[in-house]
Design a protein around this ligand. Structure first.
Ligand code: GLA
Length: 433
């Protein structure tokens, strides 16, 4: 994630009843607010000057929580993510010209760009995520219109919960709606992924954007990242999920994320020498991997072993979730962490410590690093009726060991960025309520 991290306190800034809070409350009253998810206290200061509030529309995109299936998406593999009610929120107002002005509360910075003059930047900054989305929408043949966007995110930046993809999807939804256009969720996901690759320099897979655009509220989504086939599976109420932030931030363009992609590509290169039909690590079986151990060398062998075993864990986790076998799901989550730590090497000491602490707490069924890794958050699967207690215990113990009181979040069903209960193929209808 490109964003400078400002810490949770800054993300939820807005103390004192300023003009912008007043404006937001007025708008909420008018449109009918939903106290469970609207969070007026953290919404952005709405445009205070210029035309009337009638022209302002609000949009939101949730965070992505990956239950299991890490570093498999860019290997054409399987993932099992969901979303949670942590949002990137946008207030948008159309402009008569082709200028997009983006004001970020988190960055405390505002930037403008011209829709007719967007080029990738060699040294991308936060606004390039928005520029990329606009450029890729136009490249898709969508004629956009200028807009003023005020953006605030409550998703920890660089925490493995996909603050970047949430930002992209929120911007895409807002720009489309302002221009009175719509696109199906799966296409929107592909456009936003292209924006991140081309304009932010992160060679990400499709998981984050697809989840945020298409995952049904209260469901996890088994996504085949090769065929883009989706199976939505309801998350049973007994399955509590807790997010705990280690406080270690990653910046993907600087991190080893792209290096992991290169390592996987190198392995594919070696493995396809005698088998030209071999296109991605998705095509590798454990038997074949063992046979190729010497030609791969130890490092690439371990990278491949993670991907092959993780794909199988996703299949098993989907079956466990479907049958409500949370004990088995918890075990799979724990094994996934060990594989990410030892074979794929994307964890760090603080996260390993947090995982160990969480796993000792009553009601916790399994924990692992979530998202790209190199820091960020831990996901614990917890018996739902013990989740408050587990969160308290984990915070207390982590504080005893490290001196830091970690931020925690209980995963709550969220609507996707598009509209509620969207299925692949459904139309985007901005998020204005
Ligand atoms: C980041 C990327 C995703 C995926 C995960 C790791 O979140 O954006 O595409 O590769 O890391 O599973």
């Amino acid at each position: 994630m490109m964003f400078r991290s400002l810490g949770q306190k800054n993300i939820v800034s807005g103390t004192g009843k300023s003009e912008w809070i007043y404006n937001f409350e007025k708008l909420s009253e008018k449109e009918g607010s939903d106290p469970a998810t609207d969070r007026p206290e953290i919404h952005m200061r709405l445009m205070q000057s210029g035309p009337s509030l009638d022209e302002v529309q609000r949009f939101r995109a949730p965070a992505r929580i990956n239950i299991i299936g890490e570093h498999t998406d860019y290997n054409d593999g399987l993932v099992l993510p969901t979303t949670t009610a942590l949002f990137t929120s946008i207030a948008a107002r159309p402009r008569p010209d082709r200028i997009v002005r983006v004001d970020s509360r988190n960055m405390q910075d505002a930037r403008s760009f011209d829709l007719d003059d967007i080029e990738p930047d060699d040294n991308p900054g936060w606004v390039d995520y928005a520029k990329g989305v606009a450029a890729e929408l136009e490249a898709e043949g969508i004629q956009l219109q200028g807009a003023d966007l005020e953006i605030e995110s409550e998703i920890p930046l660089g925490g493995g919960l996909s603050s970047s993809a949430s930002f992209e999807l929120a911007v895409a939804t807002a720009l489309l709606r302002v221009a009175d256009k719509s696109l199906p969720g799966p296409l929107l996901a592909k456009i936003c992924r292209r924006a991140e690759i081309r304009y932010a320099g992160v060679n990400c897979g499709i998981m984050d954007q697809y989840t945020i655009a298409c995952c049904k509220r209260g469901h996890a989504m088994l996504l085949d990242c090769r065929s883009l086939d989706v199976e939505q599976v309801a998350i049973p109420p007994s399955a509590g999920m807790l997010i705990i932030d280690s406080g270690v931030k990653h910046r993907l363009p600087d991190s080893s994320y792209n290096r992991r992609l290169d390592e996987c590509a190198e392995a594919v290169n070696i493995l396809s020498q005698d088998a030209p039909q071999f296109a991605a690590l998705r095509d590798l079986s454990m038997e074949m991997l063992e046979m190729q151990k010497d030609s791969l060398g130890n490092l690439l062998y371990r990278r491949c072993r993670h991907v092959v075993s993780e794909n199988q864990r996703v299949r098993d986790a989907y079956a466990a979730l479907n049958s409500g076998d949370l004990v088995n799901l918890g075990k799979l989550i724990s094994v996934s962490h060990a594989s990410l730590r030892d074979d794929f090497e994307v964890s760090c000491d603080e996260v390993d410590q947090l995982v160990a602490i969480a796993d000792e707490c009553t009601g916790v069924l399994g924990s692992r690093i979530v998202g790209a890794g190199f820091g960020g958050c831990v996901l614990s699967l917890v018996e739902a009726d013990r989740i408050d207690d587990a969160a308290r215990q984990i915070r207390q113990r982590y504080k005893e060991v490290t001196g830091d009181d970690p931020w925690t979040h209980i995963v709550q069903a969220a609507k996707p960025a598009t509209c509620s209960d969207i299925a692949p193929g459904d139309k985007v209808s901005g998020y204005a309520s």
